[in-house]
Design a protein around this ligand. Structure first.
Ligand SMILES: C[S@@+](CC[C@H](N)C(=O)[O-])C[C@H]1O[C@@H](n2cnc3c(N)ncnc32)[C@H](O)[C@@H]1O
Ligand SMILES: O=C(O)C(=O)C[C@]1(C(=O)O)C=C[C@@H](O)C=C1
Length: 247
């Protein structure tokens, strides 16, 4: 599949619109997320590896905010548990359409993959089935803050004993110096991946009203308040981290 380079913010814009997961973003998304999120390929692949340890026979695995299905594909590469299926959910119709195309291509290439259902829906309105794994890879940061604890509570209620939530997020840091250092290093990461100062600045302003990262401490407290018993960080690269939360 051809991968178009992300040039969305390459030219000066009189007014930078709020970031949206629309067709323009869909076209460049694989390139955009790899060049923007330090550790993204490692996180995605290892969500598959971790999921295989938690998946239980005859249960669904959720990929919430699935975008083009990168996590769903990793789940299908690694989870061999009998009777599992993946439910991939996203509320962007542009993402869902392209995700279905990618997954059909994967179906045609490999036999015996877990079945997948791609659902166009708001994860806040989802009726969760009892499940053994939920992955949210850089999705919760786009959910309005007041909806985060109730959503995590519903996920906790749906998780079967022995299951897990894998939650990846951009982090902010409570210590101002630490926050500044890791923000500067993230900018250096984007620069090293070929983004110009203009692209970095315009994307920052596009995300400002749309994406609201929390600190690791806030995540831990919220997950415990939502009923999870244990929160274990398993990955951090600069200001991006992934956690395992156990029911
Ligand atoms: C940064 S992307 C996720 C990347 C993807 N998980 C991956 O690993 O490639 C965030 C996704 O969450 C989706 N999203 C945001 N809020 C949502 C909601 N309330 N319900 C469903 N999907 C949502 C967006 O449409 C977008 O595709
Ligand atoms: O923080 C940034 O600058 C980002 O580009 C992050 C981020 C994300 O974490 O989801 C934001 C939007 C795109 O989906 C890709 C990456």
């Amino acid at each position: 599949m051809t991968e178009s380079p992300d040039r969305i913010y390459a030219n000066p814009q009189a007014q930078v619109a709020d970031f949206a997961f629309n067709e323009d973003v869909v076209r460049v998304f694989p390139d955009m997320i790899k060049r923007s999120v330090p550790g993204y390929p490692t996180i995605v692949e290892n969500i598959g590896v971790l999921a295989a340890q938690f998946a239980q026979p005859n249960t669904p695995l959720y990929d919430l905010g699935s975008s083009l299905g990168a996590v769903t594909q990793a789940l299908r590469r690694h989870v061999k548990t009998h009777g599992c299926k993946v439910i991939a959910v996203d509320n962007s119709s542009a993402m869902v359409d392209r995700c279905r195309e990618y997954l059909h291509a994967q179906d045609a290439m490999f036999q015996e993959l877990l079945p997948v259902e791609v659902v166009e829906a708001d994860i806040l309105a989802l009726d969760f089935q009892p499940c053994s794994l939920v992955a949210m890879n850089f999705t919760l940061q786009f959910v309005p803050r007041e909806h985060r604890t109730p959503l995590l509570g519903r996920i906790r209620q749906a998780l079967l004993p022995g299951g897990a939530l894998i939650l990846s997020e951009k982090l902010r840091f409570e210590d101002a110096d630490e926050h500044q250092l890791l923000t500067d290093l993230h900018v250096a990461f984007k620069r090293a991946n070929g983004y110009s100062e203009l692209e970095i600045a315009q994307k920052r302003s596009a995300l400002e009203n749309v994406m609201h990262p929390d600190s690791l401490e806030e995540h831990r407290e919220r997950l415990l308040a939502a009923g999870f018993s244990k929160v274990v960080p398993w990955f951090q690269c600069l200001n991006f981290a992934s956690l395992i939360a156990l029911p």
